[in-house]
Design a protein around this ligand. Sequence first.
Ligand code: HEC
Length: 149
Amino acid sequence: MNNAQINFVVVGALLCVVTVGAWWMFFRTDLIVGEQLALNYCGSCHALRPGDPPRSGPTLWRVAGRRAGGLKGYDYSPAFRLQVSEAGFIWDRPRLEAFIENPQSVLQATNMTQTSKGHPLTFDGVNDRRFRNDLTAFLLQLGHPPQTP
Ligand code: HEC
């Protein structure tokens, strides 16, 4: 190999490293960020782990795979109960992500999005796509054993 060829290979390799690095920085899923977002956006109304003090909303521990409105012992609002009995779905990735983006697009009128007695706070959704991705990924594994790909 002459010098020009070596330079070509070195520059090519560097470009690959920079591209992969940038891709990783921008598109990787970050569960630590996801947990912080969950604490900030959801933690005021939802317990995340079994030892957390109870809050106004149902716990998000093992929310993935749970039937909507299906947490035993939690007193859902009548509006929420009516809608999930009609829609009858399981919380999976697309449902959680859509709900986090815009709760009203999945279920109308819940105690979560309407200020009501006992629920003085409201939540209207997370706009940032990366934040939603990290938050959804965190919720999907919360209370579940790590997935092997
Ligand atoms: C203002 C308080 C509040 C905030 C903030 C909030 N929630 Fe809720 N959430 C509730 C309440 C209350 C309910 C129960 C709805 C009902 O009974 O009408 C609920 C219900 C839910 C449900 C349905 C659970 C089930 O068992 O079917 C999910 C999923 C959920 N919230 C996720 C989230 C996520 C994720 C966040 C943060 C991004 C969040 N919530 C932020 C109050 C809140």
